[in-house]
Structures are given as C-alpha cells and as structure tokens.
Design a protein around this ligand. Structure first.
Ligand SMILES: Cc1cc2nc3c(=O)[nH]c(=O)nc-3n(C[C@H](O)[C@H](O)[C@H](O)COP(=O)(O)O)c2cc1C
Ligand code: SF4
Length: 439
C-alpha cells in the first residue's frame, strides 16, 4: 500500500510531491543590510536535497521596521528579487517547492540593529511585550495602510522571483498576532475591539495581495489556533480561544487563502512551542545579545545567569507544558480547524516520527505536516521515513538550536547527537558555509 506521507498534496494552484514541509526556521545567514548570501542558498538546498516536498522560508521581513534581527534577508525592495530567484532555482532542482514567509515583527523585534536603534517598533498597541519588555508604539491608520502595501509588494516580488507561493506569518506573536489577539490588541478604532475588527488587518492584507498578484498564486496563512497568552505569566490575559481562531480561519478562507498552517502561542518562543526544553546553561550566553533590546532584558538575563534563580524561571516556563505532547503539540487544534474549513490544513509542532505523521494525515487531522527542528537534526528525514525507518539519532527537542540562533550559526547544538564529539558538532554546523560566500 502506498505510504500516505508520500502522496502528492494538491492545493488550488500548487502541487507538492509529498506531505512534508520544512517549517520556517530563522537564522542569521545573510548580510547585515538584508541582502542575501550564499550561506542561505546552501542552507535551503540541504533540505531540498533531503527530500522535503516544500520549504517555507524563514521569517522574511517586508520592511526594515519589521525585521526581528540583523542578517535576515528581506523582500522590501525590487533589488532583492534576483537573490530570491537564485534561492528558488537552487531548491527547484530537487523538485522541491519554495514558499516565502512574508513577515513583520511588530513589537517582537528582538535585536533592532543599526537601522532600528532610534525608533520604537510598530505594533497594534503602545504596550510592551510581556516577556522581554520590547517597547513599541501603536500604528496610525496611515502606517497600517503602508504596511498592508508592503505585504502586497512583498508577494508581488516573491512571484516575480519565480517562487511557488507565500505564507503570511500570522502566528507566534508577530505583527499579525498583535492585531488578532484579544490579549494584545487594545485599539479603539476599526482595527481593535471585536474579533471582526481585530481580524481586519490580516484580511486587508490578503485582499491587497490578491489585488496585486491575482488568484492563481499560492497564498497560505500560519495562524495560532490558541494564543495561551497567559502560559508564562498567569496574570496576563488568555488571548484568543480555539473558537475565535476557527472563525478567523473561516474568514481567511473566504478572503482567498489557499491553505492554513496551524500553530499555537502568542509569543516566540512560547512555553508550549517549540516543545521540549529551555536550556538555560546556553541561553545565559546568548541572551546577552538582547540585554539592551527590551526593558525586561536585564531581569531575564539575571534569571538565566544565576543558577540559584533558574528554578524560578522554570516554575513559570514549565507551568503549562505538561498539558502538551512533545510531538504533534497542537494536532488536536489542527483537527478542529480542518473540520471547519474546506482548504487544506498543514500543522506544525514536533513532527518527527513517521508513525505519528501517518496517523494525523490518514485520520484526516491535517493534510500535511511542517517540520523544523527534526530537520535541523536530520536534513534527510524524508528519505529516512520513505525507507520506512525512524531516525537513529533523532532530535531531542532540547532547543539548543533555538537559543544559539541569537548569536551563532543555526544548526544542531546537542552534542549528545554527535556522541559527545564537540568538534564533529561544530563541523556539521559549519557545513552551511560550504560553498563559501566569497571565493
Ligand atoms: C531556530 C528556530 C527558528 C524559527 N524561526 C521561525 C520563523 O522564522 N518563522 C516561523 O513561523 N516559525 C519559526 N520557528 C518555529 C518553527 O517553524 C516551528 O513552527 C516550531 O519550531 C515547531 O516545529 P518543530 O517542533 O518541528 O521544530 C522557528 C523555530 C526554531 C527552532
Ligand atoms: S539542538 Fe538539535 S536536538 Fe536540540 S532541538 Fe535543536 S535540532 Fe533538536
């Protein structure tokens, strides 16, 4: 019998050769000013070679004010089109589709970089984020209009670059979440208040993209099925419920999206996603990069740095984790979204074992899964699954890749996966610089 994982997935305007997508993974691959580099091409090609059906890029800012950190390639100007065409072409050689994640940080701008040092981040609100204390200011109607246009132009550029579609990053606490979430959006105008007003910004962007690129370019939306905004600090508001998110998903479908990508969590990282550990022994080295970024930076740094204080952080961070499995962390929410819409649903959150992936697809919980960390650990996971095997050295969900990404090249930093051989680990991480950016 044919393996359900390796049956093609047909969207309205796009067919993917199997049910496995590389979920977005941001790393500091590119040039400080947002132009692209060879390291990015090497990085994306690794996964295409490994057999993944489609790659969703990392967070690609549509404007410099919406960048999370320096060294992220952007799509803010037509001069970026040739670079993205080169990345897309490299990936296409392996019959892998390439979808650009159009993004804006809003207030969740971790390291502003020189260009953003002197301005506050744009958001739906004036209230800083609760984790790092990142400061922001509520966008004016004029700024909202401009940002809608930045997304539409980003989609046009992605299309001109020959990419296979775009994904709007409306999850994990970035700008779209800041509008959608009842815990964050405190506006009094037509973009705040009841759900239909909070959804307006996202729906306006979808309409603007459709006007700009037409109906035949693939457009999907990554969305929180639940915010669980009080998962870290219980005194915060809870945010959007599953029922509210399902209503948003229905509107997103009506507005012309071709697929939904279901996730959870009103900030990133969130105690429930990515699942697994939070390695404070390494976080304390890298969190220094964020010391000056938010007004809670020093508080967090102190919590991470002093071993005696760490149990306090863990008491909050792990409070609601046990409600969630490591693998298929929001699969049940995806199943509920899928029941409510007609467009395909893909799901993120800890997918690694073939058995679970087969189950959620064959039982109709979702149409495909997206994978991030298990592919960092084993770039060729699709080939392993296709042989009917499970990985010998699976991702341990330790999240060392995540905390290292603030300062180091992205890669798997769990030395246990390299039998304790640290040099081998670093050699593997550094393969992304081969071929070298300058020769
Ligand atoms: C280092 C790192 C960077 C990430 N960057 C992004 C990103 O740019 N955009 C996004 O939507 N999600 C991002 N994520 C979240 C993943 O796409 C994914 O939704 C999450 O890690 C759960 O999937 P996994 O368990 O397969 O890793 C990132 C995750 C990691 C670990
Ligand atoms: S560091 Fe490696 S093992 Fe740990 S979560 Fe990241 S990819 Fe998985």
């Amino acid at each position: 019998m044919e393996d359900v994982i390796f049956q093609p997935l047909k969207f309205r305007n796009l067919t993917v050769k199997n049910r496995l997508f590389r979920s977005s993974i941001s790393g500091r691959w590119d040039n400080y000013n947002g132009s692209g580099s060879q390291a990015r091409i090497n990085w994306e090609t690794k996964f295409a070679r490994g057999g993944i059906g489609a790659i969703i890029t990392s967070f690609v800012p549509v404007h410099i004010r919406g960048r999370i950190m320096p060294n992220y390639a952007m799509i803010d100007h037509d001069d970026k089109i040739p670079f993205w065409r080169a990345v897309g072409n490299a990936v296409h050689e392996y019959d892998c589709r390439f979808i650009m994640q159009l993004s804006h940080s809003g207030r969740q701008r971790d390291v502003p970089g020189a260009e953003n040092l002197m301005n506050r981040a744009l958001s739906s609100t004036d209230t800083m984020d609760s984790f790092h204390g990142l400061l922001c200011q509520a966008m004016t109607l004029q700024e909202i209009k401009q940002t809608i246009d930045h997304f539409a132009q980003g989609a046009r550029r992605a299309r001109e670059a020959g990419l296979d579609g775009v994904e709007l990053h409306a999850s994990h606490g970035y700008l779209f979440t800041q509008f959608l979430s009842s815990a964050i959006n405190d506006r009094k105008d037509e973009y705040g208040g009841p759900l239909e007003n909070r959804a307006r910004f996202l729906l306006d962007v979808i309409h603007a993209i459709r006007r700009e690129v037409g109906r035949d370019f693939h457009l999907q939306v990554k969305i929180n099925a639940v915010d669980n905004n009080n998962a870290l600090y219980p005194w915060e508001k809870k945010g959007n419920t599953l029922e509210e998110s399902i209503q948003i998903c229905k509107w997103v479908e009506q507005a012309g999206a071709d697929a939904l990508h279901v996730s959870i969590g009103s900030m990133f990282p969130h105690p429930q996603l990515p699942s697994g550990g939070f390695p404070l022994d390494e976080a304390n080295w890298w969190y220094g990069n964020m010391l000056s970024a938010g007004v809670r930076g020093y508080f967090n740094y102190t919590l991470f740095h002093y071993k005696l204080l760490r149990p306090l952080f863990y008491a909050f961070w792990n409070r609601t984790k046990k409600e969630r499995p490591l693998e298929g962390v929001c699969a049940e929410e995806a199943r509920e979204v899928k029941k409510a819409v007609s467009i395909p649903v893909i799901n993120t959150g800890g997918y690694q074992s073939g058995a679970l992936i087969r189950k959620v697809i064959s039982e109709g919980w979702c149409d495909g899964v997206t994978i991030a960390r298990p592919l960092i650990a084993n770039n060729d996971l699709p080939h392993i699954l296709q042989r009917g095997e499970e990985p010998d050295r699976p991702c341990s969900f330790c999240n060392r890749c995540l905390v290292n990404a603030l300062g180091n090249p992205l890669g798997c930093y769990d030395v246990r996966r390299y039998n304790g051989d640290r040099d081998a680990m670093i050699r593997e991480v550094m393969t992304v610089y081969d071929p070298a950016p300058f020769r």
